[in-house]
Design a protein around this ligand. Sequence first.
Ligand SMILES: Nc1ncnc2c1ncn2[C@@H]1O[C@H](COP(=O)(O)OP(=O)(O)OP(=O)(O)O)[C@@H](O)[C@H]1O
Ligand SMILES: [Mg+2]
Length: 254
Amino acid sequence: MAETLLRVENLTKTFGGLAAVKDLSFEVKKGLITALIGPNGSGKTTTFNMISGHLKPSSGAIYFEKIRIDKLPPFKIARLGIARTFQNLEIFGHLSVIENVLLAIQNRRPVKFWEIVTRAPSFFKKEKEAQNIAFSYLKPLGLENWALSPAQSLPFGLQRYLEIARALALEPKMLLLDEAASGLDASEKELLLKIISNLKKQGVTILLVEHDMNMVMEIADEVIVLDQGQKIAQGTPREIQRHPDVIAVYLGEG
Ligand SMILES: Nc1ncnc2c1ncn2[C@@H]1O[C@H](COP(=O)(O)OP(=O)(O)OP(=O)(O)O)[C@@H](O)[C@H]1O
Ligand SMILES: [Mg+2]
């Protein structure tokens, strides 16, 4: 039985009178791919936002490697090893592709102030190293030839890849992907699937939100189903596919 990496306990988030997430509990096992699915508005992104620290829960708790994280700011949660992408891309459009990734690298290997002002040899060495590391994240995603282009000039699919490269540059233990396949064409989706399975092989734990059920069924080890902010089912893709409550929710959606 795989070890628990993330534990969500009785999580609730209300906006005004509306409970976007209601008394939600689940665990994410280390090294596995877990999918969080559910109809539009069922609370998937809100759950991600609480895990990454972008939203504070109204009640409940979140533990990552047994450390309570739900009161920590996003940058501290990122340093503990949780990286994410956003459903609505959040890249720095006016910065170049490589600069977007360099920002993430600098986050975990800071250059000291005195190294910059004295233009110390160590500054140039670190800068060169950081560039090499950045390229190592751009290359597998086919982004190396775009390195110097403004991020906003990339075709949409590549902008999604850039967000993934930037998240990976944080060297996370766990990666949260919020609809990373949305807007991708068939071949782009295929590369995304390859990347996700390679990450799994490298030991990165993945929690993903995805509407493409074929993709979920193909790659997920475990599926959690939300409806109106509550968990209605959890199991393997095969179990979920046959679950009457899940079928009812998706049929209801058309
Ligand atoms: N900042 C906010 N303020 C008010 N209501 C919000 C806020 N964020 C989300 N909601 C509401 O909370 C509910 C859950 O939204 P959420 O974005 O988590 O759903 P989702 O499952 O990610 O949906 P989708 O599949 O469309 O991305 C929705 O009713 C949404 O309108
Ligand atoms: Mg969402």
